[in-house]
Design a protein around this ligand. Sequence first.
Ligand code: SF4
Ligand code: SF4
Length: 123
Amino acid sequence: MPKFDCLCCGHCCLNLVDAYQGCVSDADMQRWRQEGRDDLLAWVVTLALGPDNQLHTAWVDPATGDDVERCPWLLDRIDGNGYLCGIDATKPDHCRNYPEHRQHAAATGCRSISWESGDDSRL
Ligand code: SF4
Ligand code: SF4
């Protein structure tokens, strides 16, 4: 079965505001606490919406309190041919799960080769 094949074009990280100004999940927060990733937690602002209801907004520059215009973990490849996620092993769930399916990829501009061949499955 063909497999989702990221081209490392950087489109999703650079141009989809939900990627770099989205909300991270409770699971992301818990994982980063367990991993001791204070460097990541510092870029998240948690809003209390009610009992047991929190919104974790990311990424927010800890120096200025402003929403970022570019993901702070996005790296330019040394060869100049695309981008890499600097926190790939523990990136937020919404990044890990993007794109959710072929239609999502098409609607948001992901040009994965595998899905251009017509395969609907991500893995
Ligand atoms: S837009 Fe698609 S191919 Fe490009 S970096 Fe994102 S997931 Fe990979
Ligand atoms: S955390 Fe990684 S995958 Fe998510 S927007 Fe930033 S660079 Fe892209």
